[in-house]
Design a protein. Structure first.
Ligand SMILES: *Cc1c(COP(=O)(O)O)cnc(C)c1O
Length: 427
């Protein structure tokens, strides 16, 4: 459920008409719903309440400080994948004891920074990394808490670029090497192996991978304990899918039914790292039509949001629903099925101004004929939207607005031309 809905044929975020925000703040514009963010976090908190999990919001999904602070104040910790994300987490009010640090390539400087802030766990992905972590911890006079990230070698689940638990990806320790690696660190004075970490890929629309992952995890935890590692934490990562095309995602409760019993059986503290589930449907990208054109037998809808604002369609072949915020007479609110024959629509490629053929937000999409100035909503853009944006083609990054009931607030101003050249020093 989210709080973007058509009221009298006008798209609102909570109680604010999107058109009003586009006029006030300009486009392209990311609009987030506070109620939706908190609702999604709350769904996970409620579904997993029986095991009192530590929920660590995955900052890489959407790292805006205002959003992180909101989630932190609602009880969330943070999953960070770099020193920069740790900096964000701390600036959003996060504290080390609720932060987990992932990533296959942590630098010494990042490790020292994380140790200085007493992060709860390092998710460690290779033997070499474990040796290095021990060395840096020794020289810093600290003991690093570790969860071993295991690649459980499951069948493919998502897009090739977002599947993280199949054989042959860079993530995690191969499941058949974990025990050999762990054996070498029993009683190590600088690293303490406290947990197991799995992140199965994203977005996942079935409980099956979790079922398979939990079964393998239970076995591993038992073996690690036999080696005398004091395993007390089980981190199941993120990956819960959301509604992109239609109502296709599972409720948090469905995942809880699979994960909770295994965690109880293992007598572990559960950590979760949800990102997309919280932020994905809590944000939209708002754009304005510039031109339409026909070329090579195709219709192009040229609008002012581009691949630098939302790279998912071209990077992952992702589908984002797109619809005018004030559809004209005779048009429905967004159709349930874009492939169906919607009256008064034609197939169009929705493209931006960037100089790349890969600059599109949708291909062969049924949309009404639109005019210059019409405002569009690109839905489900709250996760991996702004976070993956760039300045390509020297396009200033979009502004971000947070809506709370009938109120709205700019939480990141639109970048300026001066912002673009500032880090390049004086010429
Ligand atoms: C990206 C990532 C997440 C968040 O994934 P979502 O699908 O957005 O929930 C969590 N944990 C790790 C280790 C990740 O890399």
């Amino acid at each position: 459920m989210d709080h973007f809905h058509y009221r009298n044929r006008i798209l609102h975020c909570e109680d604010v008409p999107i058109r009003q925000l586009a006029d006030l703040y300009g486009t392209p514009l990311f609009v987030y719903s506070k109620a939706t963010l908190l609702h999604h976090l709350g769904q996970i908190q409620k579904a997993f309440a029986a095991v009192e999990p530590l929920i660590c919001y995955s900052i890489k999904t959407n790292g805006n400080l205002h959003i992180c602070r909101l989630l932190g104040e609602a009880g969330s910790g943070f999953d960070v994948t770099s020193g920069g994300e740790l900096y964000r987490a701390l600036n959003a009010g996060g504290s080390g004891d609720k932060i987990v640090f992932a990533g296959v390539g942590k630098t010494d400087a990042e490790i020292r920074y994380a140790l200085a802030n007493d992060v709860f766990l390092f998710n460690v992905e290779s033997e070499a990394e474990l040796h290095n972590l021990a060395e840096v911890a020794r020289s810093a006079g600290k003991i690093a808490g570790v969860a071993l990230r295991v690649n459980p070698d499951l069948p493919p689940k998502t897009h090739i670029k977002t599947d993280t638990s199949v054989k042959g990806v860079k993530f995690g320790l191969d499941i058949d090497t974990v025990l050999d690696v762990a054996r070498g660190f029993v009683g190590n004075p600088h690293v303490r192996i406290l947990g197991l970490h799995m992140h199965l890929g994203s977005p996942i629309l079935s409980t099956r991978p979790y079922q398979e992952g939990m079964a393998k995890g239970l076995m591993l935890i038992e073996r690690l304990r036999q080696q005398e590692h004091p395993i007390s934490v089980w981190n199941m990562g993120g990956g819960f899918g959301i509604h992109y095309r239609k109502q296709e995602a599972l409720p948090a409760q469905a995942f809880a039914e699979v994960i909770v019993p295994a965690v109880q059986k293992a007598k572990c503290r559960l950590v979760l790292e949800p990102g997309r589930f919280i932020a994905g449907n809590a944000g939209i990208l708002v754009s304005r039509v510039l031109f339409t054109k026909e070329s090579g037998g195709k219709h192009f809808l040229i609008q002012d949001a581009a691949m630098n604002d939302l790279i998912r369609p071209t990077l992952y072949d992702s589908f984002h629903r797109i619809w005018p915020v004030e559809p004209r007479e005779g048009l429905p609110a967004p159709p349930d099925d874009y492939e169906a024959d919607i009256p008064n629509t034609i197939q169009q490629d929705v493209v931006g101004p960037v100089c790349e053929s890969g600059d599109f937000l949708a291909k062969d999409r049924r949309l009404p004929m639109l005019k210059r100035g019409d405002v569009l909503a690109i839905f489900s853009a709250g996760a991996y939207g702004m976070a993956m944006s760039s300045n390509y083609n020297s396009r200033p990054r979009a502004a971000e607005v947070l809506v709370d009931g009938a109120r709205h607030r700019l939480i990141r101003r639109r970048e300026t031309y001066e912002d673009l050249i500032r880090p390049e020093l004086e010429v």
